[in-house]
Design a protein around this ligand. Structure first.
Ligand code: 2U9
Length: 341
């Protein structure tokens, strides 16, 4: 019986040596110390021993048991430590290794141009006014001297919200200025940037939604000279002092007289190229003296006050600025395109 105990002890210690992980270690414990384990089994045979030998044998068997238990505990601690070591190694981060640079986004080209234009006007004492995109026809048409029946009020041009044509998606940001004029005593110096909507097929230069920046100055004695001086200051700040500009007569229902402003093509400097379609000049905005009926319609006496207003297409200005030949690129969010700016 003693040899049997010894054999069990050696087998147990050998099995412990081979145990790679806690699971196989537990198998060893069950095999030797478990209810059906070898130690338990040999203890059950103690009954076959002569009575006087049993205490010694029992003691020897318990010694083997407690030895195996100790060895298992020590081995478990060793395996735990090894496991922790491995986890620490795998989790160790080399703080000297440079971190992954977070990808920084940047402003969309449209936003960059908008901020540039805002800076110029805020620098000239203008304030920024904003208003609803879902607008009343009263403010976007009637108050702007665009009477019923005018083509721009057609369903073909305008996204009406209500059957009665009282509410639509604004076609320009001018209603913002009307809302300011009706509740403000001049002087008024505001710019109103924002999204506008017109029923247009999407192509390289048209989109049903695009961005405008309009401006308005109303005070005593405002002249066409103030209009030209202010818009020349804008162009020279944006494109450089030496760029030539010209004003061509035009017509808008809400301004009289009206004009369009061209700048010398900043790509070919007037020689003629793809950007200016060989003209040497590029149209950048429309403007004019606020129509007296529009002033009066907002409760401002045109005998006392006068004003000028202008409007520019921000998308178009951005395309000119960055030599972009397709408007859709500004809206399609292709990171290869956006990433360039
Ligand atoms: C009030 C009175 C007058 C705003 C103006 C323009 C000329 C103009 C176009 C620019 C590019 C529209 O997006 S676009 O196609 N706009 O040319 N806008 S004068 O005149 C106003 C505005 C408000 C109370």
């Amino acid at each position: 019986m003693k040899e049997q105990l010894l054999a069990i002890q050696q087998n147990a210690l050998a099995a412990l040596e081979r145990a790679e992980d806690l699971a196989s270690l537990d198998e060893v414990r069950v095999r030797f110390l478990g209810k059906k384990g070898e130690i338990t089994a040999v203890l059950r045979t103690m009954g076959q021993l002569p009575a006087e030998e049993r205490p010694a044998f029992g003691q020897a068997a318990n010694q083997v048991r407690s030895l195996i238990e100790e060895k298992i505990k020590a081995a478990a601690a060793g395996l735990e430590k090894k496991k922790l070591q491995k986890r620490l190694e795998s989790e160790t981060i080399d703080v000297t290794v440079p971190g992954r640079a977070p990808e920084f986004g940047h402003a969309h080209p449209l936003t960059k141009v908008l901020d540039e234009v805002k800076d110029v006007f805020v620098g000239m004492g203008f304030t920024i006014a904003e208003g609803p995109e879902v607008e009343l026809s009263e403010y976007d048409f009637t108050r702007l001297n665009i009477p019923e029946g005018h083509t721009v009020r057609e369903w073909t041009d305008t996204f009406y919200i209500t059957e009665d044509e009282r509410v639509h998606l604004r076609c320009q940001t001018s209603p913002v200025q009307v809302r300011v004029m009706e509740k403000t005593t001049p002087p008024i110096r505001i710019i109103s940037p924002g999204r506008v909507y017109r029923k247009d097929e999407v192509d390289a230069t048209h989109s049903p939604m695009f961005h405008q920046m309009e401006g308005l100055v109303v005070d005593k004695g405002i002249t066409m000279g103030d209009l030209k001086g202010t818009l020349n200051a804008l162009v020279h700040k944006l494109y450089g002092d030496d760029l030539k500009t010209r004003f061509r007569p035009h017509h808008f229902p809400f301004t009289e007289p009206s004009c369009e402003m061209d700048v010398q093509c900043f790509v070919c400097r007037g020689q003629g190229c793809r950007v200016c379609k060989g003209e040497g000049w590029v149209e950048v905005l429309g403007a004019g003296m606020v129509h007296p009926k529009v002033l009066a319609g907002c409760g401002i006496d045109p005998e006392v006050y006068s004003g000028f207003a202008f409007g520019l297409g921000l998308d178009r200005m951005t395309m000119l600025r960055y030599n972009i030949n397709d408007l859709r690129l500004l809206f399609e969010n292709d990171l290869r395109f956006i990433g360039q700016f």
